[in-house]
Design a protein around this ligand. Sequence first.
Ligand SMILES: [Zn+2]
Length: 252
Amino acid sequence: MPLIDNLLTLYNVDRQVRSLRSRVESAQIYLNVQNRQMESIGVEQTENDLQRKQRIANIANVETEIGSIDLRIEHLREELNKAVNDKQYSALLAEMNTIKEHRKAFEDAELIEMSAVEELNQSATNISERQEERQKVMKVATKELSVRKSEIAEQLAELETERATAATVIPDSVLDEFDSLADDYEGEAMSAIEIIDLKRREYSCTSCSLRLPLDSITSMLGNKEEIVKCVSCDRILYLEVESREAIAPTEQ
Ligand SMILES: [Zn+2]
């Protein structure tokens, strides 16, 4: 078979392979998105736990402070009862008042810490709920992926063998070119030539609609071993059988 026909065989089977693979790929992409969301929820959870632990440690510190203040207050009360004169009494009372103000400040700080812990607890619940939901979605997505994989496995293996066989008859340099075009254009490495006006010899590339120079057509008809590419989109051009017959009936 001429090179262009071998390329068309490769093109057709390559597109089938890609289309089958894309069914699995879309399921894989969906699962990857779920995985990433799960990871980001995990990061959020770690951060939330860390903040919560810090706040709880703050509360413990504040309570220790309050405890020692209370001891001091108790001690001052005893001193007050034993005060021997007004001066001593006033001094003790002043210290007592100052220390009570300190206690009040610590109590205020503790309230702030406690309400922060409350908020962080709420966040933890919210995070767990989202984790559970995401887990359910991931379970479904994982199953879907494995179903799709097994559905196509046999057919894909056959087509891949077919593709490999089709590729063996293509020269390496042309194959490299084909593969890179197929990757760039999601399998659409080749493009049929459309006859716009036969009498006026007007032709275009069906993929990008660009008007093709007559040289391209002449080269194609002249040598089936030569690769002719669209000057605009770079795809490998080919003529459908009907077009070839319409352009050069005597050649058939
Ligand atoms: Zn084109």
